[in-house]
Ligand binder design. Sequence first.
Ligand SMILES: [Cu+2]
Length: 142
Amino acid sequence: MIYLGIIGVIAVILASIGLQADTTETDTKETDNPETKIEKSEITSEIDVIMPNKVSRPGCEKTDSCYIPSVITIKQGEQVVWLNEDVAFHSVTSGLYGNQTDLFDSGHLDPEEQYAVTFDEKGDFDYFCTLHPWMAGKVLVE
Ligand SMILES: [Cu+2]
C-alpha cells in the first residue's frame, strides 16, 4: 500500500509539470476554459508576439506577418506572451488549421487582450488562429 501511495504522489507531481496555458481578460466575462484564466499581473514577461491590424483579411501570410514575429525562439521554461493589436477577434491555438492539438488554446482574444503560455518542454510548437486559416506561427523551445 505504501508503494502504491508513492506511485500516486509521483503521478500527481508529473501531472503538475505540464504545459501551463494562461490567459488574461480585459474584463471579467467568463471564457470556455475558466481554469486557464490568470490575472494580468501573472503574465511575467513583456509582449513577445503581436497580432497586428487587418490580419483578419488574407494577405499577411504572403509576408509571414500574421503573427509578428511568426517564429519565436525561447528557452525551455520560458513564457510567450501574445497581444491582439487588431480590432477583430483572433486566437492562439496549438497545431495547424484542420489539425488542432490540445496543448494550448487562447479561445477568442478580444482586441488588446493578452494570452500567455509557459513552455516547459523542448520542441517545435505550431499554432494558428481558429478564425482565420491563413494565420500561422511557431514557437521553438530550445
Ligand atoms: Cu485570426
